[in-house]
Design a protein around this ligand. Sequence first.
Ligand SMILES: Nc1nc2c(ncn2[C@@H]2O[C@H](COP(=O)(O)OP(=O)(O)OP(=O)(O)O)[C@@H](O)[C@H]2O)c(=O)[nH]1
Ligand SMILES: [Mg+2]
Length: 275
Amino acid sequence: MSRVGILALGPAGVGKSTFCNSIISHMQSIGRRAHIVNLDPAAEATEYEFTIDIRDLISLQDVMEEMDLGPNGGLIYCFEFLLNNLDWLDEEIGDYNDEYLIFDCPGQIELYTHVPVLPTIVKHLQQSLNFNLCATYLLEAPFIVDNSKFFSGALSAMSAMILLELPHINILSKIDLIKDEYSKKQLKKFLNPDPLLLSNEDEEFNPKFSRLNKLIANLVDDFGMVQFLPLDCAKESTTISTILSYIDDVTQWSESQEPKEPAAEELDEEDVDYD
Ligand SMILES: Nc1nc2c(ncn2[C@@H]2O[C@H](COP(=O)(O)OP(=O)(O)OP(=O)(O)O)[C@@H](O)[C@H]2O)c(=O)[nH]1
Ligand SMILES: [Mg+2]
């Protein structure tokens, strides 16, 4: 028996909710079950229903109206409220076992790069609810296929990695939007990047900042964990099953499965005379 959770993280609009839906439909197609836990108090309706929804506890709209707060202050308020009411989350999660819970998080990356809101929720899920968690951090492929933007994206991914202290998978989303041959070639370079090479080859960097750029490249290189898996949610593709196999691996999902009794029809198939 095991409890497995995936956190879908990344800046606004990178495709987190679409990714969550794609995992659900892929899992359904291979006979596994998963549920979405919506942690975005400003979420719009999606194709798949949320099994657990923070908006049942508190919604951004209500907070903004009643507390006279803006969207970002309102979001922080919602999460502080959640942290003070974690027993609500415990009750909602209840007895979900042997099924993935996918936590769809808001796009305000301050929540996991600056303020300790998500790290506190993560600790609670691990320590009180016994979850095996895997963080997925999405960045848009069309954004990152550019040396300077690559470094800004890599640093934000590293920041989430360090703050959350979870097994972490970086994902380049929307690769279907990379269409021309030159960009496709560039994309390959960014999936398994060499930060030192990237910082050397960019003449567009202002030479005034060359030392700083080199130091940042060295930092990313020393960290040695910035790699990306490609994701295309626009059409049925193998990218989602590859990503899921990585997640299964880091959460040790298959090891924790109890051996199942074979179904009657499987037994019939096995009843073949091989002589
Ligand atoms: N072409 C393409 N578009 C995508 C893909 N994934 C998501 N999108 C589009 O990107 C937009 C944003 O997607 P969402 O899934 O809502 O992104 P999000 O990260 O959940 O956004 P926030 O929750 O607001 O931060 C939508 O219009 C999606 O249809 C993809 O793989 N390819
Ligand atoms: Mg979303």
